[in-house]
Design a protein around this ligand. Structure first.
Ligand SMILES: Nc1nc2c(c(=O)[nH]1)N[C@H]1C(S)=C(S)[C@@H](COP(=O)(O)O)O[C@H]1N2
Ligand SMILES: [Mo]
Length: 333
């Protein structure tokens, strides 16, 4: 059975409260309890979790996906509670625990994404149409924040390059610009500089077209076998694993192909500290701290501090270094 479109069918009208009382029925309606449905161990664990915690406020649905062997890295994923509880999302406050607390009411459906600019076939489609058109893959990627901490996250997503191919970039398209939802009523950090760290909103990011088309660059709709949680950028975000985490923009409403290098939020805020490229590079320190190593966010508490060396391009150099051949990476940081 194909996936359902929560925008268009009857079961989008089921309230979250009603969902808790009848989870098995929902799974059945989605075809996830039927014969011949194969789920990864992570998705299965997520599903069991979801079935066994009727009081959990977590309404994320499991998302069917494949597990291409090339992307099942021999890395231990960061515990799910840390991925869900230790976040950067200044629209919901600057503390690491703020997004998990403040983002829960963000309305993530229906949600439209527009892809336009220097393209032959501009397109606006819902996130559920995206999920229908592009089969999801589980990809276990490292995430390295510019603040020198790191995680390993099992994303569910598809290659941004496939979406770009659909809109047919014109020869004038050289960069790709991304934009987060702008809604100060829902995103308190956009309404208050005190909450939102004084950044200019909406949050914007950008990639060179060839970076955007690289097979590692992902549009993610989920993680740990389920839909994205609001604090992780639901319903749709970017993931660029060889760049510092701030490039991986959350809650995207618009992707625009452009001719000139687009402005990016952290570069606007502090151009000498955050470059446009922001490739993970242990040899180029942040002006205020070293980037040579990183704190691993693990299962333990504050006393469980593990550090590891940071790898060039966050360990993805073999796949991406050629994108930057001949460039001085100290200058283009
Ligand atoms: N719109 C938006 N996207 C954002 C951010 C943000 O503040 N706003 N923070 C970035 C940073 S600094 C990081 S490290 C990652 C964190 O993603 P996670 O919280 O899902 O781990 O999101 C990035 N995307
Ligand atoms: Mo970050």
């Amino acid at each position: 059975m194909a996936r359902q479109d929560p925008d268009n069918d009857k079961w989008s009208q089921v309230t979250p409260e009603a969902l808790f009382h009848d989870r098995r029925r929902v799974l059945k309606a989605l075809g996830l309890l039927g014969a011949g449905v194969s789920l990864s161990p992570i998705a299965r664990a997520g599903l069991l979790d979801w079935l066994s915690e009727p009081d959990s406020p977590d309404t994320r649905l499991p998302l069917p996906h494949s597990r291409p062997p090339a992307y099942q890295a021999a890395l231990t994923p960061t515990p799910e509670d840390k991925v869900l509880g230790y976040n950067n999302y200044y629209e919901f406050g600057m503390g690491k625990g703020d997004p998990a607390k403040q983002a829960q009411k963000l309305v993530t459906r229906p949600w439209q994404l527009t892809i336009d600019g220097e393209v032959a076939k501009p397109l606006t489609l819902s996130v559920d149409e995206l999920a229908r058109r592009f089969p999801l893959e589980e990809r276990i990627y490292r995430l390295r924040c510019v603040e020198a901490w790191s995680m390993v996250i099992p994303w569910l997503g598809f290659e941004l390059g496939k979406l770009l191919a659909l809109v047919e970039p014109l020869p004038t398209a050289r960069y790709v610009a991304f934009e987060t939802l702008y809604d100060p009523k829902q995103m308190p950090g956009q309404a208050s500089g005190r909450v939102g760290g004084g950044l200019a909103y909406p949050y914007v990011e950008g990639l060179r077209l060839d970076e955007a088309q690289h097979p590692l660059t992902l549009i993610a709709l989920g993680l740990y076998g389920k839909q994205l949680a609001p604090q992780n950028g639901a319903p749709v975000r970017l993931v660029v694993p060889w760049k510092y985490g701030f490039k991986s923009i959350k809650a995207i409403v618009r992707i625009r192909l452009v001719t000139r290098q687009p402005p990016t939020t952290w570069n606007l805020a502090a151009p000498h500290e955050y470059g446009f490229y922001a490739n993970v590079n242990p040899a180029v320190d942040h002006p205020r701290w070293s980037q040579a190593s990183e704190r691993v966010i693990g299962p333990g508490g504050l006393l469980d501090i593990q550090r590891q060396p940071t790898l060039p391009f966050n360990g993805y150099g073999e796949a991406v270094a050629e994108l930057y051949r001949g460039m001085d990476l100290r200058k283009w940081f």
